[in-house]
Design a protein around this ligand. Structure first.
Ligand code: DGJ
Length: 798
């Protein structure tokens, strides 16, 4: 079993496949962190795996790691008496709270009824549940693996016949649960604050999930002013902080800086997880790279304001925190009420970023995304936005669809502009009825014409927003966030609806469901094109406005949950001006998210590179668009654009009537190739072979099947030089004993740098290459004349 409680020594141990996590209760009742890292196998100890060993003894006891010294200006709990060596300012903790003498940033801050901020949590009880906890109204990692399958998956974990994990005959015990929860309850006797710390573990994952439930068991009303989802204290080590910052059109840019004694904060105050900072970060040992070194991932399943913190304390210990932001947050708890934090997913890799990303990719694909489309190939789509913007009618849409269907595209998505009075982005939001006058048709008729071409039909919505020039705003001005007596901040000429109010969500949901029901809508792109401001909810009592931003996010989740329940086979793609709400919380409701409004293939290299650290390829919305690119003006070959878009859910964002016959032929082949390799791309292992932040010559990535039998190498040349040195690219994930045949898909040039449609760089596709050499010595990158050339090679083990 992965979770153990040793009541006698008050030790709590969690084992995942490759990691161990341990905590203990200190002398005075504080929950202290001991270890998180490489798995400490109980069978390493000579006497610890005999059949007479109690399960409570099978985890190593790491309490020896704690040290106690009398430190100046680091105070001691009153009940320590004259013992000056026990200080909350120095000890590693699981859920440090403000008011105990710990002057570092803490996980919990309470405002008590008397106005004070102190809280002193001590251990009360702990228990193990044979299932993964869930969180009401919020995303949470889940397991749907049947019990028997989980037992089988763990069978090879056991080393000995007499291990307590086996029955007497050496057979694996059948009752291995697919998931477990460790619940540890802490209490502050003075205020009645009770905190349940939740730790979740899945049998097929290395991730440990964390969340906290804060309950008011006292007689007075209190306020939760800060409640992180997790805290991780490291006793030692020098770490780099890797985070993913950005802006609209340039999301999730990789950045690496050494941690220092200055507190580093990653956060969003924008009401959405944001383009500017992603709720995912990594702490990595200074030497860590793609395939080596220790690294710890912190991933928050939340789509609103968040805060990640990391710093080195005075004793060179590192503390990391992640959770909902405490800025603009205050949650009122009446006696008996509870507040649930969002969930965080921690992961530790001793084999570099590659292994860490792979764990998160698997976790999100299998245990975060849900529903009909979770494991299915998504249709290759064409989106009307960059093809027509607001300028379309039914005939034009059908013309776009017709050409696309002839080339193999499987779905037309009608983007912004089909509803209310909406010929520009200044009006109409909130009026979710079809503008038949503009279309010159009903939406049902358009969808049927598209269906008749053998294509599905999809639609864009932006439910959280309202234009001042709309019937909805004229009827319900108080439904928008506006502070009485002030003029609101406008964004893209629109205001934000107060989704913390159920009647607002109900109204919008009903309107949108009616549209979906009336036409054959198979897909929804749910957009959000500005951040929140003027936070004032008419229905929140004055002293509880601090809850509005979180209630807004709960409203968005409720909208999505009910929309999907109404249409279980509807494919929903998230979007917020591109990737402005690209987080694991949204992926619980929408299995894919439009990655960026920047569709330039070369800029996408950096955006998709950063995104890949925390999120799987199956989640990345990526399309081929027109040249010159509408965001950057850059020209790239359609082959290059296709190779980049294939590292995602693949589609087109241009009018295919306007490209040359030669390019049409390439599109036809691209779609065939994408469909052929889609399982490999969606479900396969993903490897970053080079970094666009460091390598100026090329960016390369690879998909390989779990068994290494096939792989797809992708390379975009980003540097062009005279008489340049030859570059080599080393592959990953192949069978070291296997031999591979290499076949090119589409490349922009042949091996002599000449351009013609459907070029091949490899002159000879009959040669067999040893997998071990492809990984250790690599492949020479062929000569390609000019920047932005693409090379895509399929490798098949013979
Ligand atoms: C922003 C999205 O990211 C675009 O793809 C497009 O849907 C526009 N909004 C429409 O207004």
């Amino acid at each position: 079993m992965p979770v153990f409680i040793d009541e006698t020594r008050r030790l709590f141990t969690i084992h995942t496949k490759h990691t161990t996590y341990q905590m203990t209760v200190g002398k005075y009742g504080h929950l202290l962190h001991l270890y998180y890292g490489k798995k400490l196998a109980f069978h390493d100890a000579p006497d610890s795996c005999g059949s007479d060993v109690e399960p409570s003894e099978i985890a190593p006891d790491l309490r020896y790691l704690l040290t106690f010294y009398d430190r100046g200006f680091s105070g001691n709990p009153y009940d320590a008496g004259t013992d000056r060596t026990y200080s909350m300012d120095a000890l590693p903790q699981e859920y440090p709270c403000f008011g105990t003498g710990d002057y570092r940033s803490t996980a919990l801050q309470i405002r008590n009824a008397d106005g004070t901020a102190s809280c002193d949590l001590r251990y009360k009880s702990a228990r193990i549940l044979d299932e993964k906890y869930s969180i009401p109204g919020m995303p949470a990692i889940y397991s749907d693996i049947p019990r028997e399958a989980a037992a089988e998956a763990n069978a090879d974990e056991c080393c000995r016949k007499d291990c307590p994990e086996t029955d007497n005959g050496g057979q694996k015990k059948p009752a291995q649960p697919p998931a477990q929860t460790l619940e540890v309850i802490l209490e502050d006797k003075a205020s009645g604050v009770e905190v349940t710390l939740l730790y979740g573990v899945l049998s097929d994952s290395d991730v440990i999930t964390r969340a906290a439930r804060i309950r008011n068991t006292g007689a007075d009303t209190i306020y939760v002013e800060k409640a992180a989802s997790c805290c991780l204290d490291f006793l030692y080590g020098e770490f780099d902080l890797i985070h993913f910052h950005g802006r609209h059109g340039m999301e999730r840019q990789f950045s690496r800086t050494p941690l220092s004694h200055a507190e580093q904060i990653l956060q969003s105050r924008r009401g959405a997880s944001s383009h500017q900072q992603n709720p995912f970060f990594i702490l990595a040992s200074n030497d860590a790279g793609e395939t080596n070194g220790d690294c710890y991932g912190f991933q928050l399943l939340y789509s609103g304001n968040f805060k990640g913190e990391a710093s080195v304390d005075q004793y060179k210990q590192t503390r990391a925190l992640l959770g909902i932001s405490d800025e603009l947050f205050s949650w009122k708890l009446m006696p008996g009420e509870a507040f649930d934090t969002p969930e965080a997913a921690l992961c530790c890799s001793n084999a570099g970023f590659g292994a860490l990303s792979e764990e998160y990719h698997r976790l999100i694909r299998r245990h975060v995304c849900r529903g009909y489309w979770r494991d299915r190939r998504r249709p290759v789509l064409i989106n009307s936005w960059e093809a027509a913007y607001f300028d379309f009618d039914a005939d034009k849409l059908v013309r776009i669809a017709k050409q696309a269907s002839e080339l193999g595209v499987e779905m037309l998505v009608l983007d912004d502009g089909w509803f209310g009075k909406r010929d520009s982005d200044t009006s109409g939001l909130g009026d979710w009825y079809v503008n038949e006058e503009k279309l010159g048709s009903t939406l049902k008729a358009v969808s049927e014409q598209v269906n008749a071409l053998g294509m599905k039909f999809g639609l864009w919505i932006e439910p959280e927003m309202v234009s001042e020039d709309s019937d909805l705003y004229r009827a319900h001005p108080d439904w928008a966030f506006v502070i009485p007596g002030r003029k609101p901040v406008r964004g893209r000429d629109q205001l934000v609806l107060d989704f913390s109010r159920k009647e607002v969500v109900d109204h919008i949901l009903e309107q949108i469901c009616a549209v979906i029901s009336a036409a054959n809508v198979s897909y929804i792109k749910m957009d959000m094109n500005r951040h929140l401001s003027d936070i004032y909810s008419l229905t929140a009592r004055e002293q509880n406005q601090g809850a509005t931003l979180h209630r807004y996010v709960l409203g968005v989740y409720d909208f999505l949950e009910r929309l999907q329940a109404r249409f279980p086979e509807l494919l929903i793609e998230g979007c917020a001006g591109g990737g402005g709400r690209f987080d694991a919380g949204m992926l619980y409701y929408t299995p894919q998210i439009w990655c960026s409004d920047n569709s330039d293939a070369i800029e996408r290299l950096r955006i998709q590179y950063g995104t890949s650290f925390g999120y799987p390829i199956s989640a990345v919305g990526s399309h081929v668009s027109a040249v010159p690119n509408h965001q950057t003006g850059r020209r790239t070959d359609i082959v290059t654009r296709g190779v980049v878009a294939m590292a995602g859910t693949f589609g087109y964002e241009l009018d295919l009537n306007l490209i040359s016959e030669e390019e049409k032929e390439i599109v036809r082949r691209q779609i065939r190739d994408y469909i052929k390799y889609s399982d490999l791309i969606r479900e396969g292992r993903y490897f970053r072979l080079s970094s666009p932040m460091e390598n100026e010559e090329y960016t390369a990535w690879e998909f390989s099947s779990e068994d290494g039998a096939e792989a797809l190498l992708n390379l975009i040349k980003t540097g062009a030089h005279c008489n340049s040195p030859v570059e080599y690219v080393k592959l990953c994930g192949l069978d070291p004993n296997g031999w591979y045949r290499l076949t090119e898909t589409l490349s922009t040039q042949n091996g002599r740098g000449e351009r013609s449609a459907g070029n091949k760089v490899l002159e000879d596709e009959q040669t067999l290459y040893p997998g071990s050499a492809l990984m250790a010595a690599g492949l020479p990158v062929p000569w390609m004349n000019g920047e932005y050339q693409a090379w895509q090679v399929y490798l098949k083990r013979v």
